[in-house]
Write a protein that binds this ligand. Structure first.
Ligand SMILES: NC(=O)c1ccc[n+]([C@@H]2O[C@H](COP(=O)([O-])OP(=O)(O)OC[C@H]3O[C@@H](n4cnc5c(N)ncnc54)[C@H](O)[C@@H]3O)[C@@H](O)[C@H]2O)c1
Length: 283
């Protein structure tokens, strides 16, 4: 979608981190912005920053739980009523939990897959039919380097992000099948500084973390805190690269270029068929 000015951006997880920076970048490029998040105070902050950084850009906020289809459908209805169209959908909300796979609780699986995997599925289900009716649109899914290479201690997160990559590739092929003029982009960043290592702040009480904190879980959580805090590319750069990709109709986006080397190394390990690919081997 070459021209973004006067178009409508819809952003899930717009109350923090990358979602906030995507919202600011969309506003700078002249788009109206609809934010959806469980964090209403965070969205208010994003809205204030948009108002401070731009002149007259429309920004609306909506309470949204991406893991629930009725909530996503109500969000889509509200956006269409307010703005009359949706041009670029960012399925961006995401959460993380750490530990060895056998230690996760049922609630851990339901929470992380609910947000990271079903959240993207419900975004597509609620908004793509409206784009098809409009005859244009673009879907951006935030995956992760974890959608391509699997580090230990993030089993549910890795599973969810592999699913987002699979969903994105299939969506692009399904849209091509349907001869639809709707673009798709899948963004796969490595670590960058945001509050994601503190995702539990927005965890619903009905899926509360009840398991005792084991030594292994604590170590992996500390590692995530450190890696995210020391990420070298800021979220605003990732947002800008992502918007450029939407305008160029680019499908894959790897803001951290070194991840592509890991993807290649994994493909070589697959050719060898010998041992599991280790993201840190040789480093
Ligand atoms: N920060 C990183 O290192 C990193 C790396 C790769 C990919 N990502 C991905 O980037 C995306 C954005 O994450 P971030 O790093 O900005 O984290 P963040 O914690 O700053 O933002 C995530 C947002 O999602 C919202 N959210 C959580 N549960 C929700 C729900 N049920 N419904 C609606 N919104 C919900 C949160 O309230 C928050 O505003 C995620 O998909 C994440 O997996 C992040």
């Amino acid at each position: 979608m070459k021209v973004l000015r006067d178009r409508v951006a819809v952003i899930t997880g717009g109350g923090s981190g990358l979602g906030r920076e995507l919202a600011l970048e969309c506003a700078r490029r002249g788009m109206s912005v609809a934010l959806g998040d469980v964090d209403e105070a965070g969205m208010e902050e994003t809205r204030h920053r948009i108002q401070a950084a731009t002149q007259g850009v429309a920004c609306a906020t909506y309470a949204l739980d991406v893991s629930r289809l009725p909530s996503m459908e109500a969000f889509a209805d509200a956006v269409m009523t307010r703005f009359g169209a949706v041009h670029v959908l960012f399925n961006n909300a995401g959460v993380a939990v750490n530990g060895p796979l056998w230690e996760y609780t049922v609630a851990d699986w339901q929470w992380v897959l609910g947000v990271n995997l079903y959240g993207v599925a419900w975004g597509i289900k609620a908004f793509v039919p409206r784009m098809l009716t409009q005859g244009e649109g673009h879907v951006v899914n935030t995956a992760s380097a974890a959608g391509w290479v699997n580090a230990p201690g993030s089993g549910i997160y890795n599973t969810s992000k592999c699913g987002v990559v699979a969903m994105s590739e299939t969506l692009a092929l399904d849209l091509r099948d349907a001869q639809a003029t709707i673009g798709v982009t899948v963004v796969s960043p490595a670590f960058f500084p945001t509050p994601i290592a503190n995702s539990g702040r927005n965890r619903p009480v009905e899926l509360a973390d009840t398991a005792p904190m084991s030594e292994a879980r604590r170590r992996r959580s500390d590692e995530l805190q450190y890696a995210v805090a020391h990420g070298r590319i800021p979220a605003d750069t990732i947002a800008s690269v992502t918007l450029d990709a939407v305008q160029a109709d680019q499908f894959y986006v790897f803001p951290h270029r070194a991840i592509k080397d890991l993807v290649r190394a994994r493909a070589e390990a697959v050719q060898e068929e010998q041992t599991v690919f280790d993201t840190l081997a040789g480093r």
